[in-house]
Design a protein around this ligand. Structure first.
Ligand SMILES: NC(=O)c1ccc[n+]([C@@H]2O[C@H](COP(=O)([O-])OP(=O)(O)OC[C@H]3O[C@@H](n4cnc5c(N)ncnc54)[C@H](OP(=O)(O)O)[C@@H]3O)[C@@H](O)[C@H]2O)c1
Length: 227
């Protein structure tokens, strides 16, 4: 009997950094492509080697998460990549806005991790959390986003402390500004010209993630900062 290829779930795989991570993993992993739009995920799955397929779920809906993970009983790599970056400062963010940001950027990562931990413990798997520069030091005026990324770093460190002894590895990845839709729309909102060459490439962030996952099992890349 042949050993199945390792399996990875990447949230927010429909575009940007998540799609680049899915492409980087696909030659060696069967990748579940997370997102809300089945058609765009199916189109990406057709381009990838191995048995990649859509994993459709709205991360802001906790009951949907339970349904969407019910059939996953084998998992080696979980990449929490999806996020929303609402532009508001603390002065102009309503409680609703805080809740929208935290629902996707933090609560879904905690809940998805909890639901998939039995599989990750069995495989002595790896959880990668795509954070940001603002999860380490706050420079921009986006209070809720930055607070969610600080909390995501706390989640990563707590998970490493709790699950490291069970063989689960945890990596917190902190990219600088990267050429994706998120930056393009921020520039548009601010009325700034957008120059992709001034940003990191999503493929470069994906290469760092792949290196962390490929690191031999006796070592853990606990934090990767990308400038
Ligand atoms: N771009 C940057 O400059 C930068 C810098 C540092 C860190 N990061 C971090 O890198 C990660 C990816 O960023 P990106 O720039 O690639 O973002 P992006 O282009 O805006 O893509 C966001 C992804 O998240 C998914 N998503 C958003 N809300 C969702 C929800 N409720 N349920 C399910 N999926 C949802 C989107 O899927 P749909 O297709 O369903 O909308 C999309 O695939 C984020 O964690 C971000 O904070 C980005």
């Amino acid at each position: 009997m042949t050993t199945p290829r390792p399996r990875a779930l990447v949230t927010g795989a429909s575009r940007g950094i998540g799609a680049a991570i899915a492409r980087a993993l696909a030659p060696t992993h069967d990748v579940l492509l997370g997102g809300r739009d089945a058609r765009s995920l199916e189109a990406l799955a057709r381009e990838l080697p191995g048995s990649a397929g859509p994993w459709v779920a709205d991360l802001a809906d906790p009951e949907g998460l339970a349904r969407a993970t019910a059939d996953i009983n084998r998992l080696d790599v979980l990449v929490h990549n999806a996020a929303v970056a609402e532009p508001g400062t603390i002065a102009d963010s309503s409680l609703d806005a805080w809740q929208r940001v935290f629902a996707v950027n933090l609560f879904s990562a905690a809940e998805l991790t909890r639901l998939l931990l039995p599989s990750l413990r069995r495989s002595r798997g790896h959880v990668v959390l795509i954070n940001a520069g603002s999860g380490l030091q706050i420079k921009s005026h986006r209070g809720p986003y930055a607070a969610s990324k600080y909390a995501l770093r706390a989640l990563a460190e707590a998970l490493q402390a709790e699950e490291g002894p069970n063989g689960v590895r945890v990596t917190s990845v902190h990219p600088g500004p990267t050429d994706t839709e998120l930056q393009r729309s921020a520039a548009e909102r601010a009325g700034r010209a957008y120059r992709p060459e001034q940003f990191l490439r999503p493929e470069s962030v994906a290469a760092v993630v792949l290196n962390a996952i490929r690191t031999p099992a006796d070592a853990t890349v606990s934090r990767a900062v990308i400038d």
